[in-house]
Design a protein around this ligand. Structure first.
Ligand code: HAM
Length: 434
């Protein structure tokens, strides 16, 4: 390969055809699970006004402060590639007056952009599947989202994914805690590392989920957020835990989990695996009851999650069962007339045999070279159309993956034969999966 060919941008990857089966597996399971829970899909633009993210996510979060792809457009307006989906979904539900029919349940899927330091499981363009519920203040909504995640892991055959939950309380409760936390950390300033010192004034909560063991030890003596939660926040969290227990969803309470974005209140959660190295959080979310009002709407409860598709795809490749979707038929066409006739045949087969995956040979070639391509295509059958078959209105069917005699049949029998064959192969496949 030439060394001066252009490459994709660092941290932004192609998803090649070889990687697609795991992506398709994930996306089709996602669609099935959301359909089973009655969620509606929403798609928002990749670009939004920068101000949207400033308002929604807080100016002191890492994502807004350091990681946004922002630029001025030709009219001088500052725009940003979306770093996450929640802010855009809130904007959209307000813009289209969707809250009047709440509670509403929405889901979305698509690329997000953050200028992070790329590493395994951390990209600059990555993909999220997310869900948001608006207008449901109770913990039953939080629990529904967690049950839905559980169903998705089960559907994908994923093992060893654990759930951590925490309550961040309401903003005013956090304010008092923040004062106490900062005062404790100031007293122990000398023990803080550079990152924590930088966060001390701007975003002290993030110090709580520092990965540095020394900081973790220091925090053992720090005030606990749960001690500052009011009656309502405690009741909400208790009730969430009761529902999870009743549903048989296992979890641990992690009082240090704060999440990276500013808009959360009350319950937050993360689904974590140990199988992906340092970036093991495959899904994160929580309640954000103040966000809709921040965006200019009335106060309106919201709760949601987003999962990282790249991380899930890696886990599926390690643990899950992939969907097999090989080609069924490769059509070998020898001679000019057979090529024309073959295209019409292929066209009618695709229309008349539901679910048939069929490819025609392109660019001519001898029988031998076309059979080589047929073999490489992964197809189960070759249909052969040459001069003899044209004259006799027949077609030859050859099994490419097992040793049986080839068949010659009248062209008008082919549709029925292929339907039966497809039925039999589906039955055999179901038998293998059971
Ligand atoms: P988040 O925790 O920033 O939350 O991201 C959610 C998930 O997206 C992470 O757990 C991770 O799996 C994946 N993710 C995040 N950044 C990257 C990256 N640079 N590369 C690969 N994967 C990544 C949110 O985005 C919130 N909007 C979630 C939410 C929805 N909360 C309420 N509603």
């Amino acid at each position: 390969m030439a060394t001066n060919t252009l490459k994709s941008i660092r941290g932004m990857h192609d998803i090649t055809p070889a990687q697609m089966p795991a992506w398709r597996r994930l996306e089709s399971a996602v669609m099935d699970v959301f359909a089973a829970y009655g969620y509606d899909e929403i798609r928002t633009p990749l670009l939004e006004k920068t101000a949207l993210f400033f308002k929604a996510m807080g100016e002191t979060t890492d994502v807004v402060e350091k990681e946004m792809y922002s630029f001025d457009d030709r009219s001088g307006e500052s725009l940003s590639l979306r770093p996450e989906g929640t802010a855009s979904v809130v904007r959209s539900v307000l813009q289209h007056g969707m809250l009047y029919s709440s509670p509403i349940r929405l889901w979305y899927m698509g690329p997000m952009f953050r200028y992070e330091r790329p590493q395994r499981g951390r990209l600059r363009q990555f993909h999220q599947v997310g869900a948001e519920i608006f207008g449901a203040p109770g913990p039953d909504a939080d629990a529904e989202l967690l049950a839905l995640c559980c169903d998705l892991w089960r559907e994908l055959g994923l093992q060893g994914v654990r759930l951590e939950i925490n309550s961040l309380g309401m903003p005013d409760e956090r304010l008092e805690f923040r004062l106490e936390l900062v005062s404790y950390l100031m007293q122990n300033r000398g023990a803080l590392d550079e990152e924590s010192l930088a966060r001390l004034q701007r975003n002290p909560f993030r110090i709580m989920d520092s990965k540095n063991p020394d900081i973790q030890e220091l925090l053992l003596g720090a005030p606990e957020l749960h001690g500052y939660l009011g009656e309502e926040s405690r009741a909400h969290f208790k009730s969430l835990r009761e529902i999870l227990d009743r549903l048989g969803i296992e979890y641990t309470v992690n009082p240090r989990m704060v999440r990276g974005l500013d808009y959360y209140s009350q319950a937050v959660f993360e689904w974590i695996t140990d199988d992906l190295g340092a970036q093991g959080t495959i899904c994160g979310g929580g309640r954000y009851d103040a966000l809709v009002a921040l965006q200019g709407g009335k106060p309106w409860p919201g709760v949601g999650f987003a999962m990282g598709q790249e991380r899930l795809v890696e886990l599926i490749n390690q643990q899950g069962a992939l969907l097999e979707e090989p080609l069924h038929v490769y059509v070998v066409l020898v001679g000019r007339e057979a090529e024309l006739e073959g295209l019409c045949l292929a066209d009618s087969l695709r229309r008349e045999v539901r679910g048939l995956r069929l490819q025609t040979n392109l660019g001519g070639g001898s029988f031998k070279s076309q059979f080589k391509r047929a073999d490489r295509s992964g197809a189960a059958l070759a249909l052969v159309l040459g001069e003899d078959e044209l004259q006799q209105s027949t077609v030859v069917v050859k099994h490419l993956r097992r040793q049986t005699d080839q068949l010659s049949m009248a062209r008008d029998q082919l549709v029925v034969w292929l339907r039966d064959w497809l039925n039999d192969s589906h039955t055999a496949m179901a038998g293998r999966l059971e």
